[in-house]
Design a protein around this ligand. Structure first.
Ligand code: BTN
Length: 246
């Protein structure tokens, strides 16, 4: 990862930069990092804000030889890489909220966005985007985000070394991606489960058939979140926003 590297001062979104490079034939591992995004994107059409020079915004081009329906597994894998690197480099004990938010004491510290381009159900390429609140201060957040967002600097009480963290993330990612290609998703799922702050909790989530409430039990082999409802049904959740209860 990062053999091919594009570092930008400012861009609309590293996702779009990486997509253009991928369309032009950039190899797997091509990495785009920006100091500032003017149109950072989150999941489900949301925006991702990050003040210049304080956050980490980056996207990597991946070319997994897999059908489309494996992509949620790559999202979870990316989350594990970020979580392990954050813990190792900063000591901040972030945990995973399904599918791929990193939380510290219930507040969001990082989000991951995976987008893929497909052809006949196969993945042509996918772009894994990572946003991290690294050196943001409390006053950098708009009022509505203050209660729900935090940064590594706020949690650790001192500035963190962004370069060291970026290097650690891609080191973790490479090792996990190799493991995934050799042994499949099972070992990744175990690592994700061990870092989870979702499992064992009561969750609310809306899926195609309507709202579901139940206890988050574990990941199923595809990476879906298995929720056990009060009447004992096991519902696999493939996408959506999970609201955490106790
Ligand atoms: C989310 O939490 O909804 C996902 C946020 C993903 C943000 C990252 S920052 C780098 C990359 N470029 C983007 O525009 N978005 C992702």
């Amino acid at each position: 990862i990062g053999q091919n590297l594009k570092v930008l001062d400012s861009t609309v979104s590293t996702q779009e930069e990486a997509r253009e490079l991928a369309e032009a034939g950039a190899p797997e591992g091509t990495l785009v990092i920006a100091e500032e995004q003017t149109g950072g994107k989150g999941r489900m059409g949301r925006k991702w804000f990050s003040p210049k020079g304080k956050g980490i915004s980056m996207s990597v081009v991946l070319r997994p030889k897999q059908p489309m329906h494996y992509m949620p597994q790559l999202t979870l894998l990316t989350g594990v890489a970020v979580c392990r690197a954050v813990r190792r480099v900063t000591g901040v004990m972030a945990g995973m909220k399904w599918p791929n938010d990193l939380l510290v004491d219930g507040r969001k510290i990082s989000g991951i966005l995976l987008e893929s381009a497909t052809e006949d159900e196969y993945v042509r390429y996918c772009i894994a985007g990572i946003g991290i609140s690294a050196n943001q201060d409390h006053e950098d957040y708009p009022e509505e985000l203050k209660p729900i967002a935090t940064s590594l600097k706020i949690e650790k009480g001192e500035k963190i070394d962004r370069i060291q963290l970026i290097a650690a993330i891609w080191e973790e990612f490479e090792a996990l991606y190799a493991l995934y290609q050799q042994e499949g998703f099972a070992p990744i799922a175990s690592l994700w489960e061990a870092l989870s702050v979702t499992l064992g909790k009561t969750v609310n989530v809306t899926i195609a058939s309507g709202p579901v409430t139940g206890k988050a039990e574990k990941l199923d082999p595809s990476g879906a979140l298995l929720v056990v409802t009060e009447d004992g049904r096991r519902v696999p959740v493939f996408s959506g926003d999970v609201e955490l209860g106790r």
